[in-house]
Structure formats: C-alpha cells, structure tokens
Design a protein around this ligand. Structure first.
Ligand code: ATP
Ligand code: MG
Length: 209
C-alpha cells in the first residue's frame, strides 16, 4: 500500500504553514506522497469573499510545483454544489485502492470535525493526523482524540508541529493593506495573486468560519 497524506483546505491563499505541515508530516510518518486538495464550495465558509475554486486550485498547483512528493488534486473543485470531506475520501479510496490515506489537520479542525457532514464516514476511511497549531493545548487535543476514538472507533494520531502562526486570513489582510507577504507565501503564488489582483479589498471579519 502506498501511504498518502491528504492536506485539505480552502487555501485562500495557500501559505508556507500549509506547505511546511505537509512536508513535515510526510517525513514524520514516512508517507510516500502529500496530496493537496483545495475545497470546492464549502458550506462552512461564506463563499462571497473566497477566491473561485479554480483560482485557489491554480495557486495550490503553483505552490507544490517542483516538489516531487507533492501533488495538487482537483477532486473537490470539480464537484458541483457544496463539497463534503467524506465524499472526497470515498472517491479517493475508490479511485486509488492501492493507497492508504492519512488526513492531515491542524488542531482547529480536530475540534470541529465532529460537526462536519457524516464524520463516521470520514473516520472509516483514513487515519487522522491531528497537528498542533498556534499553541493548541496537547492535553485538550488528547482529550478530544480519546473522545472521538471511543465514539467512532477512529484512528487519530497526534503530532506536535512547529508554531507557525501564519493564517490565510491574516495574509489576506496584509495584502489588502499593501504589506509584503514575501517568505510567507511562495513567490510564484505571490506573482499570480498580484497578476489577478486578488485580496485587494478584504473586509476584516467578513468571512464566516
Ligand atoms: P483561514 O484563515 O482562511 O481559515 P488557514 O490559514 O486556516 O486559512 P485553511 O485553508 O483554513 O488555512 O487550512 C487548511 C488546513 O491547514 C487546516 O487543517 C489548518 O488547520 C491547517 N493549517 C493552516 N495553517 C496552519 C499553520 N500555520 N500551522 C498548522 N496548520 C495549519
Ligand atoms: Mg482555517
């Protein structure tokens, strides 16, 4: 079986935190590849201020270009309507029967995932890799993991990660106020953002999370 790490996200825009996390988990868990899956239309976020799925896919594709272990996948952006993680996993396990999947999440997602559509169908098809983010409490994460494992017979691994306090929200605000995001977003992605004029008018707190 090939071991595949899945990094799902809005990637609005993709940043060094996303890339460093995927690279790190691949080494720590000896994964063969990391697949970046930009979300389609997520029902969790208001879509108005989110750059179109195809454009977020393009930024993600540019970001992983040149890393032989990483791929950018269009499974979600191709789907009509809202996209749900369980559907993506079911599609992937069906299309790639020779692969086992490790879904990589930051701590914020660990605490939310039970509220996602059909969490039991997510847990049935992958190992969850829950990584610390922004000083998340390891004890709180362990508690949540124990609770989820009991309720869903899920396999969840806890992995401490560097505290890279980078978020797309803050980067959009920096871009809107004309500040530099160099070294926080890959150069080729910055060029694309500038060319397209993305994130020039970000309104703080506009996005519903
Ligand atoms: P936004 O601020 O728009 O929510 P974000 O920076 O949180 O953007 P997402 O696309 O929402 O990025 O996150 C995708 C995945 O990457 C999530 O699992 C999230 O927890 C994780 N992640 C994002 N940034 C970091 C970071 N700096 N450290 C660890 N994990 C991160
Ligand atoms: Mg987020």
């Amino acid at each position: 079986m090939r071991k595949i790490g899945i990094m799902g996200g809005t990637f609005n825009p993709i940043h060094m935190g996303h890339l460093a996390l995927g690279e790190y988990v691949m080494d720590e868990l000896a994964l063969d590849e990391g697949w970046y899956v930009p979300t389609g239309c997520s029902y969790m976020k208001s879509n108005i201020e989110i750059v179109q799925p195809m454009e977020r896919y393009e930024m993600t594709r540019l970001a992983v270009l040149g890393n032989d272990r990483m791929r950018c996948m269009d499974v979600e952006i191709r789907r009509e309507g809202y996209t749900y993680t369980y559907e993506t996993l079911e599609q992937l396990t069906e299309s790639y029967p020779d692969c086992s999947f490790y879904f990589i999440y930051g701590a914020d997602c660990l605490f939310e995932m039970e509220n996602w559509r059909c969490p039991e169908r997510i847990f049935a098809r992958c190992t969850i890799v829950a990584c610390t983010r922004n000083g998340a409490s390891i004890e709180k994460m362990q508690e949540k993991i124990a609770e989820l494992e009991k309720r869903y017979q899920s396999r969840i691994r806890l992995l401490p990660f560097y505290n890279l306090e980078i978020s797309s929200t803050e980067l959009r605000e920096r871009i809107a106020s004309g500040k530099s995001v160099r070294y926080l977003i890959p150069d080729q992605v910055i060029s694309y953002i500038e060319e397209k004029g993305f994130y020039q008018n970000e309104v703080e707190g506009f996005e519903k999370d």
